[in-house]
Design a protein around this ligand. Sequence first.
Ligand SMILES: Cc1ncc(C[n+]2csc(CCO)c2C)c(N)n1
Length: 237
Amino acid sequence: MSLSQDILFEAQPYLIANEKHPFVQGIITGKLTPEQLSYYDEQDIAFEYNEVGVINALINYSTNTNQALLFHKRQDLQLHMLHDWLAREPESMPHNWQTLKQTTIQPINQMYRQHMVATIQTHSVLQILPSFAAGEWMYIELGKWMRNQTRVQEQPFKDFLNIGGGDFEGPNGYIQKFFDIIDHEAESATKREQEQAKQTFLKSCLLEWYFWDAAYKQITWNDWKDIALNGKDNAML
Ligand SMILES: Cc1ncc(C[n+]2csc(CCO)c2C)c(N)n1
């Protein structure tokens, strides 16, 4: 079994847990509040900016030119997606490059971002790529699953997680290419390095669930502070 097959086998329960999360269910039923949606929007765009740094590292530590070109192409797509995203819904949510840089990164987002950037110091594509590829894989799989669900046809729910196809899915999509790279790099890695790469992928899958959860509950540092300093009920965390 290749490392990517092993990883995907172990990632299945995480996929199912993500499918079951009330935020993901809320996308299907259209039952998310504007506050839950805008928390997600703001935190996620900041999350994707963090990915720009991770993709830069992948370009930097590529082990051959084809890898570097692939990651470079992915980076181009990332920056164009972010550009389009910033241009969307400017009245309801005034976000631009500047306000985005000042956005407070809330607890789970911070944990997930740091989990990803912490891999950069390994200087190893095998360690960095799974941290990033997991989120993309999760969204693509959720998108595929969504296509079999009877879902609300109103915006913004209609197009939420409606990613699939295009550049990401299928034998020539980014996800497959990322798994091919992971398997290629695994060939010259030790068992321990392979295990580390797998655990990094699974940790990202787990943090995907917590990212939905944080948006569903709109968890902020203020909630953390209230609980620690004012003894508020911590059941919500
Ligand atoms: C929590 C969270 N995890 C992963 C991604 C990354 N992501 C998922 S799908 C996709 C490409 C198509 O939009 C990207 C970059 C995200 N945005 N938010």
